[in-house]
Ligand binder design. Structure first.
Ligand SMILES: Nc1ncnc2c1ncn2[C@@H]1O[C@H](COP(=O)(O)OP(=O)(O)OP(=O)(O)O)[C@@H](O)[C@H]1O
Ligand SMILES: [Zn+2]
Length: 570
């Protein structure tokens, strides 16, 4: 039995996530976790909300709530929606929890002792009207690069250039609108990533099996311009993890907090501690400390491309730089972007379909199937309502749903709701079993490799094979001449339905469990081989005809939804 630690990029707290966020991180991580559990492996699957930083403060201010209260509420909202999508986290934590405070302060102390943190006195924008510094998104102005007039202090949303507040032309405070700003001295901590460049580079070079998307982004940051830059890891903000050196004060850093990108990945570790503190596990270090039992853990991370630099460089620099035996990631599965109807999904602009809205239209399996089978792996992909309708109707309703419905209904009409006896396997059945054996092997290999689209294609092909078999074997015709032979075909087909439940569960867990329940399958453990899997239901076992598993999306619905989601969410 292998041990898999799996983390999804932690979703930011400032709103409900869109379908792009879901398919770029949590959903494929869930697919992999479900698959590894089905294979009998020990899995710890963690996710959390990412709660610090200026966007959280701004969103709370807009909602008229204290930021801590806002985050607590939004965490509950995100947790509930994650449940709705059947995301099978072992724990869904919070980066603002006390565990993460302690660990983040601990790492900062270790890095300081190792000479990897530098104290820098620098100039930052100070607003007289607001009586505070204006980091990141608290300041807006004209982009020096492209001329966009509402570029933020940390980045221009138009040209994506990373900015420093001091770069902005005609800057103003986003709190008060005031332009009465001045440059003031303030002290900040910098993580000396540049010192670790060679170590990080040879570590990245050793990852020859990683997606090119992951390693190419890491290399770009290692080499572009003057090479890997040191990064400011503190901010003049109230909301965040106070800058402390372990449990001691940090002279000169009073009133400052760590930057969100420093503490967010540390939450992957803190979340395991939260999992124990919540009474769900007993030993978190067994997953995270190689000196305390984590040496045999395989750690896989899932994320969208914009998160790659922090996971390939900043976070590894943090944990390697600590000099302590923390588990380092073994594989980073990254994704391109899912776009929406000819443009981008955007939380800030309310563009696209958001997770809560999706669930109000259709059950989660419909979305899970479409999103995973169109995952933006080798390039960006695009959600269109037409494509969604066509995939759902064809793959789920016409292929899988139809197969299960036809075979169970036919059996009930001729043999009743028990698996019929009699009949033998002929050449058609032998060919089917050979074909399926090869396909199931390919499917498993694709799941193992996290080739999400290819795995979905193979699963669909496995469903198609069943339909074709039923079409060729035609038990409804055979029955007229030879009911025994028809019984054999039906028994095999019922077993196929049961096998489909097992194989499909990582993608569409609700439908899979409906099929399994209808077939009287007690467990969804992975088959050792196809021939024995097709004997799981024996003669005389009872089954039920499941309710219509999937319904079709009508043209009227398509038109209505397309229009409803064309604008901007309020
Ligand atoms: N359009 C997209 N397609 C795929 N993955 C995405 C997309 N947008 C964001 N992601 C990924 O979603 C995960 C969660 O993102 P997060 O909550 O930080 O929002 P974000 O990146 O700020 O997105 P947005 O700006 O649209 O809110 C991250 O791993 C991110 O890389
Ligand atoms: Zn710009």
């Amino acid at each position: 039995m292998a041990r898999h630690l799996i983390t999804s990029a932690i979703p930011y707290i400032n709103g409900i996530k869109h379908l792009g966020n879901l398919v770029g991180s949590q959903l494929p991580a869930d697919l992999f976790a479900r698959y590894q559990r089905a294979r009998g492996h020990e899995v710890l699957f963690l996710c959390a909300t990412d709660e610090h930083g200026t966007p959280a403060e701004l969103a709370a201010a807009k909602a008229g709530k204290p930021v801590a209260e806002y985050c607590a509420e939004m965490h509950e909202v995100q947790a509930r929606i994650a449940d709705g999508f059947r995301l099978s986290f072992d724990h869904f934590g919070r980066s603002s929890g006390p565990q993460n405070h302690r660990l983040t302060q601990h790492f900062a102390a270790r890095l300081f002792d190792a000479g990897l943190i530098e104290e820098v006195v620098e100039q930052q924008m100070y607003s007289h009207a607001d009586g505070r510094f204006l980091p990141d998104r608290y300041i807006e102005g004209t982009c020096p690069n492209c001329g966009f007039d509402s570029a933020r202090g940390d980045q221009c949303d138009n040209c994506t250039k990373q900015l420093d507040p001091v770069d902005l032309i005609n800057p103003h405070s986003t709190i008060s609108g005031s332009t009465d700003l001045e440059m003031r001295e303030t002290k900040h901590l910098y993580l000396r990533q540049s010192v670790m460049k060679d170590q990080l580079e040879s570590w990245i070079d050793s990852k020859t099996d990683w997606p090119v998307l992951t390693t190419s982004i890491a290399r770009k940051w290692l080499h572009d311009g003057d090479g890997l830059q040191d990064r400011g890891i503190t901010r003049d903000l109230d909301w965040g993890i106070p800058v402390r050196r372990g449990d001691e004060d940090w002279p000169g850093m009073e009133g400052k907090v760590f930057y969100v990108w420093f503490d967010a990945p540390i939450e992957y570790i803190a979340c395991a501690e939260e999992w124990v503190d919540a009474g769900k596990g007993t030993d978190w270090e067994r997953w995270w400390r190689t000196d305390k039992g984590a040496a045999d853990v395989r750690y896989t991370q899932f994320m969208g491309k914009d998160n790659v630099p922090f996971h390939t460089l900043t976070f590894p620099a943090t944990i390697l730089g600590s000099g302590e035996p923390w588990k380092v990631v073994d594989y980073i599965k990254s994704f391109n972007y899912l776009n929406y109807e000819g443009g981008q999904f955007s939380t800030s602009r309310g563009r696209g379909v958001f997770m809560d809205q999706a669930l109000s239209l259709l059950p989660s399996d419909y979305w899970r199937w479409w999103l995973l089978s169109h995952a933006p792996e080798s390039s960006d992909s695009e959600f269109t309502w037409e494509n969604f309708q066509s995939s759902v109707n064809k793959d789920l309703a016409d292929v899988l749903g139809n197969f299960v419905s036809r075979v169970t209904k036919f059996c009930r009409s001729k043999f009743g709701e028990t698996v019929p006896s009699g009949g033998t396997f002929g050449a058609t059945e032998e060919a089917l079993i050979t074909d399926l054996s090869a396909r199931v092997e390919t499917y498993a290999a694709m799941m193992e490799a996290m080739e999400v689209r290819k795995a979905s294609q193979e699963l669909r092909a496995i469903w198609v094979v069943g339909n074709e078999y039923l079409q060729t074997a035609a038990p409804w015709s055979v029955y007229k001449e030879d009911p025994q032979a028809a019984a054999g075909i039906v028994r095999l087909s019922l077993n196929l339905a049961a096998l489909y439940a097992v194989l499909s569960a990582p993608f569409i867990p609700d439908a899979a469990s409906e099929i399994a329940t209808a077939m009287g399958l007690g467990d969804l453990s992975w088959p050792d081989d196809v021939p024995s899997a097709l004997n799981r239901l024996s003669e005389g076992d009872s089954f039920a005809v499941p309710d219509n598993l999937f319904r079709k999306i009508t043209d009227d619905e398509l038109a209505e939804w397309k229009q409803r989601f064309a604008g901007v969410r309020d």
